[in-house]
Design a protein around this ligand. Structure first.
Ligand code: PSU
Ligand code: MN
Length: 348
């Protein structure tokens, strides 16, 4: 039942495979650098529907203690819908799959602190291998990229979050393309989000996902006819979704079929923001133009630019965008859990 050939061969030649069969899928479980919680290990062994949750959204998105409240809410939504939540991040120099509430609090109580990394695939070795100025181990919130790597190592197939990184406007000059996109090209996991904020270049993002071999679809969410790939706050982006999915059952069938082929690439299913909370595209454009101008004036670039722009948008739009953000993440987590439950049925 291995979905990844490289993982299988690495597993077979590892010492753990001989000593603990429950750890089959998670090669480096309980190593010095990687720890899957007891609950998640057991849930995976029992093939229960586990849903991965990221932590950059808490360390670099929501302020403290709102981030803790959001995390508690998302975890309980997964459970209420029949799943097991696995919150993923780096705590005290260890990559953790399944942080408990105390550990989560420890990780997210100083959002924006330079000691708390925002980390994608490239940063994993650094944040695990280095220490701070006082010799203490490092902490980090994992992005979609970082979370996907660790979730897959633990054997998790579904991951729900808010918004996907993308190709930045002007990427033809800066080459700023989120590591989320290449990650989905190389890791067999399904991410459910509300698409990309429109400070990104959505048409280029979809082109790039196609190049990377990522399956992209959007839930119809009550609409008929043509459906746009959503722009986070707005359900419409002016860009048609390559594929439209009817419901969670259809989504699970697609994942099941792709897994059966053993493809090593991922899927991204967009879940448009609930109507009640959506902000019209044009209205957001004004806030985004301001945020982009501020970012360029401040010379913000690299990994810092996404949190910088998100902060500015919050400043310009106020509580409305925060409420919208919360509502869409919650809806995505419910949707993702239902997909995980349906996938589990197909795998019986
Ligand atoms: N977009 C959002 N909210 C977020 C992020 C993106 O609307 O919280 C975070 C996610 O963790 C995502 C990351 O994976 O930012 C992408 O960062 P970058 O653009 O630096 O790749
Ligand atoms: Mn970037």
């Amino acid at each position: 039942t291995w979905t990844c050939r490289a993982c299988r061969s690495a597993w077979r030649s590892s010492r753990l495979s001989k000593t603990n069969p429950i750890l089959r899928r998670s090669l480096s479980t309980n190593s010095k650098f990687f720890k899957v919680s007891e609950e998640i290990l057991q849930a995976i062994a029992e093939k229960r529907p586990v849903v991965a949750l990221e932590t950059t959204i808490y360390t670099h998105g929501f302020p403290y203690p709102d981030n803790v409240a959001l995390s508690t809410k998302l975890e309980s939504l997964v459970r209420e819908n029949g799943g097991v939540p696995a919150t993923i991040g780096i705590l005290d120099g260890v990559a953790r799959v399944g942080l408990d509430s105390k550990e989560l609090d420890q990780l997210v109580s100083s959002p924006g602190s330079p000691n708390v990394w925002k980390l994608s695939r490239r940063d994993l070795g650094f944040v695990l291998g280095m220490k701070d100025a006082e010799g203490k181990p490092l902490n980090g919130g994992t992005t979609i990229s970082g979370t996907s790597v660790l979730a897959h190592m633990a054997g998790i197939k579904i991951f729900a979050t808010g918004g996907l990184g993308g190709v930045h406007r002007g990427a033809e000059l800066t080459m700023d393309v989120s590591a989320d996109l290449t990650e989905l090209g190389r890791t067999p996991i399904t991410v459910i989000s509300s698409g990309c904020k429109s400070f990104l270049d959505i048409p280029k993002t979809l082109e790039y996902l196609e190049t990377q071999g990522v399956a992209v679809a959007t839930f119809a969410a009550g609409r008929t006819g043509s459906v746009d790939f959503p722009a986070f706050y707005a359900r419409d982006s002016g860009v048609k979704s390559p594929v439209v999915l009817r419901d969670e059952i259809e989504a699970a069938r697609v994942i099941f079929a792709q897994n059966s082929l053993g493809l090593q690439s991922g899927l991204h299913f967009a879940n448009p923001i609930p109507d009640k909370f959506s902000v019209p595209f044009q209205e957001m454009e004004k806030a985004i133009a301001e945020a982009l101008e501020a970012a360029s004036a401040a010379g913000s670039k690299g990994a810092a630019i996404t949190p910088f722009i998100l902060d500015k948008i919050k400043e310009v739009t106020g509580s409305r965008s925060v409420e919208a953000n919360r509502a869409l993440v919650e809806a995505n987590v419910i949707r993702g859990t239902k997909v995980a439950v349906e996938l589990r049925k197909l795998e019986q």
